[in-house]
Design a protein around this ligand. Structure first.
Ligand SMILES: Cc1cc2nc3c(=O)[nH]c(=O)nc-3n(C[C@H](O)[C@H](O)[C@H](O)COP(=O)(O)O)c2cc1C
Length: 195
């Protein structure tokens, strides 16, 4: 069972990454592993050119190919998702999300761009093959607070929505674990073994 998370902001005090971190921590508490990627993980030239032959990008693709769920976090930039997230999405092969359930998270400077998730991000993820997208979660400025150490933290309403999403992802992953292996992964029974 594994979950890949994509951070579409490289801000040190990122609000969208704070949402992502909250979901990751909730999944960890349920024993589910997550692996986070952000643009910082890749050499700039390879990232900007979407160099699919680069070993670091190939390793990212291999991790993604083993994932059952992907959580995507982004700030709203110009009524769309961030360029940083687009750089990460460009590293994913065609139909690379076919096997994944996807959860999207976004933060914006106001509440008016809530629909960005449905109008801008969802179609792109659908084109990458995902057939199962959970309802997106959007946090405006009023949905986030700060903890005593000064970091952004999601407020109660968003925490509740993310807890529900974590519940759904946990059930989906568990159901997938119990599914019979796909044909290509079945152990090969050879005539030699049959004796
Ligand atoms: C270049 C730029 C464009 C932005 N465009 C929008 C926008 O169209 N709508 C909106 O609600 N907020 C917009 N914002 C505000 C960010 O979405 C908001 O501050 C977000 O929470 C930042 O997330 P982050 O801390 O994860 O980077 C914009 C911010 C920047 C820097």
């Amino acid at each position: 069972m594994n979950v890949v998370t994509l951070a579409g902001s490289t801000n040190v005090e990122s609000r969208s990454t704070a949402l992502l971190a909250f979901m990751e921590s909730q999944l960890h508490r349920r024993g589910i592993e997550t692996r986070r990627f952000s643009p910082d993980n890749f050499p700039l030239q390879a990232l900007v050119n979407a160099d699919h032959a680069h070993p670091i990008i190939r390793a990212f693709q291999a991790t993604l190919a083993r994932a059952n769920a992907v959580i995507v976090a982004t700030p709203v930039y110009q009524a769309s998702f961030s360029g940083a997230l687009k750089l990460l999405l460009d590293l994913i092969p065609q139909r690379g999300l076919e096997h994944c359930t996807v959860q999207t998270l976004a933060t914006g400077g106001g509440d008016q761009h809530l629909l960005m998730l449905d109008y801008a991000l969802k179609p792109v993820l659908s084109a990458m093959g995902t057939t199962h997208q959970l309802p997106g979660i959007y946090a405006g400025p009023g949905h986030l607070g700060r903890c005593p150490s000064g970091h952004h933290v999601p407020g109660p309403e968003i925490r509740q929505r993310m807890a529900q999403a974590v519940e759904t992802i946990t059930h989906l992953l568990e159901a997938r674990r119990l599914e019979p292996l796909p044909h290509r992964e079945k152990p090969v029974f050879s005539l030699a073994q049959a004796g």
